[in-house]
Design a protein around this ligand. Structure first.
Ligand code: NAD
Length: 481
């Protein structure tokens, strides 16, 4: 049996209660046993990161990059086994698990490259004697709190820039995915990361969360997860002066206009709504369709939803795996019970009992939904697409923006003018034109607007804004001549 523990100051630290990491496709299968950290261990992790900070920030940035590059190589070499571990504990398909691991490697490599980029600017001073420059410096100790749905890519796109720019890290992964978190830390450990620069705390957030977010030794917290948790952490941590970055939920619209290529639109919407069982923050869950094409579009979408194979995520021909946990299954089924409170199920709406005890829900398409229903307003985080008919572009935009969220959005049209208007009118951090709302590239800024984010951006060069702070230097010659 694989046994997992926290990693503090360069040592794996067993002890405390032992929990289990289960396979959501076969919940009786224990993937690993997990030693759960207590608050003291969480505090030790912060202290270890504080102790390691002076030497890590003093290491020339290119040398930090060399370590990230070696860790990327480790991940790449182990992508098949790590991807399998990821699939076994999270439930996305093996192709997605391996693909996500390779993406994490590419992210580490990208930020290794960023350590060779300019780290400051010079300014013309009003004084002829003065050399005026500003340099980006690390923030200090960063706590990384990540969700379970991208268990290696999201930690990588937080940890890699944090380390590249000279910060030290305490990593608290979601409780459902400790094995993938350990695999990521092992890759960095094997790449030669000095002790204490990256610390891993495995355990229940109810027990260790407060210690991490309220610890005075923590300078910054980068969080991806649900709105409720994120906003509570933001309130507490910013009150004591810590820097906080939040990436939260979405209720992402796909707008299908009457002139769209319907085969393309249906395929892309199905991918965004159903792959990874709809458990992506950028998943499409509201499909806003112009009335003249509603029937032909929904026929195509239902045809895909009912033909894509649902099943064991380790099987090669599976397109859609289970939800991640019993709790998530119950939550999603709660939205679907009693016909979703109104609306007509065109397909799905039920648990796939024939697949055994795994947390499988059939891809679901619901039409004739009142836009005010919870089904049409809440983030469901399951394989559920709600169809909302509209009679014009203006109605589509109004409905698409009628949400507290603003993460991603897509539009399908052959009309370049409408596509350009949509990119301007839509309230979202990511806009896709004739592409699914899910799926992003790490070299470009990523994040939401409105209730989906705290406003900063992750990934690409944009990540520097959060993980560094400016120091401005006015330098005059030491003598008055
Ligand atoms: P969650 O809020 O339940 O948990 C997120 C993380 O916070 C986990 O590591 C959890 O253990 C930790 N946590 C919970 N309570 C805490 C506390 N009091 N103190 C410290 N840490 C605490 O979210 P989840 O269910 O893991 O993830 C799903 C959510 O994440 C969805 O809302 C989804 O949209 C969102 N998400 C957003 C993005 C994005 O980039 N915007 C990406 C992926 C997922």
């Amino acid at each position: 049996m694989t046994v997992l523990s926290s990693y503090i100051a360069g040592d794996w630290r067993p002890g405390g209660n032992v929990g289990t990491d289960l396979n959501p496709a076969r919940p009786r299968e224990v993937v690993a046993e997990v030693h759960q950290a207590d608050p003291q261990t969480a505090s030790d992790a912060v202290e270890a990161a504080r102790d390691a900070f002076p030497a890590w920030r003093a290491l020339p940035a290119p040398a930090r990059g060399d370590i990230l590059r070696k860790a990327a190589d480790q991940l790449e070499q182990r992508a098949d086994t790590i991807g399998t571990d990821l699939t076994r504990e999270e439930g996305k398909t093996l192709a997605e698990g391996i693909g996500e691991t390779r993406r994490a490697a590419a992210i580490l490599r990208y930020y290794a490259g960023q350590t060779l980029e300019p780290d400051g600017e010079t300014f013309p001073s009003a004084s002829p004697r003065t050399f005026l420059y500003a340099r980006r410096e690390p923030v200090g100790v960063v706590v990384v709190i990540s969700p379970w749905n991208f268990p290696i890519a999201i930690p990588a796109w937080k940890i890699a820039p944090a380390l590249a720019y000279g910060n030290t890290v305490v990593f608290k992964p979601a409780e459902l995915v400790p094995l993938t978190a350990v695999r990521l830390v092992e890759a960095l450990q094997d790449a030669g990361l000095p002790a204490g620069v990256l610390n891993l705390v495995l355990g229940r957030s109810a027990v260790i969360g407060g210690m991490l977010t309220n610890h005075p030794g923590v300078d910054a917290i980068t969080f991806t997860g649900s709105n409720a948790t994120g906003r509570a952490i933001q309130l507490e941590a910013t009150t004591r002066g810590a820097k906080v970055q939040l990436e939260l939920g979405g209720k992402n619209p796909a707008v299908v206009l009457a002139d769209a290529d319907l085969s393309l639109a249906a395929e892309q919407v199905a991918r965004a709504a159903f792959l990874s069982a709809g458990q992506k923050c950028t998943a499409t869950s509201r499909v806003i369709v112009e009335t003249p094409i509603l029937q032909s579009f929904s026929d195509r979408l239902v045809s895909l939803a009912t033909s894509w194979r649902l099943g064991d995520p380790l099987a090669a021909d599976t397109r859609i795996g289970p939800l991640v946990s019993e709790e998530r299954l119950q939550t999603v089924m709660g939205y679907l019970k009693d016909g979703g409170g109104g609306g007509r199920f065109l397909c799905g709406g039920t648990r796939a009992e024939e697949l055994g005890e795994g947390y499988f829900i059939r891809p679901t398409v619901v039409s004739e939904v009142d836009p005010n229903l919870r089904l049409a307003r809440d983030e469901i985080f399951g394989p559920v697409a709600v169809l909302l008919p509209v009679s014009s572009y203006e109605d589509a935009i109004a409905l698409a923006n009628d949400t507290p969220f603003g993460l991603s959005a897509s539009v399908f049209t052959r009309d370049l003018g409408k596509a350009m208007r949509f990119a301007q009118d839509i309230q979202a951090g990511v806009v896709k034109i004739n592409q699914e709302s899910a799926g992003i590239e790490f070299q470009a800024p990523f994040g939401g607007t409105k209730g989906s984010s705290s406003g900063q951006r992750e990934q690409g060069k944009a990540a520097r804004e959060f993980f560094t702070q400016w120091k401005t230097v006015y330098m005059d010659p030491p003598v008055s001549a």
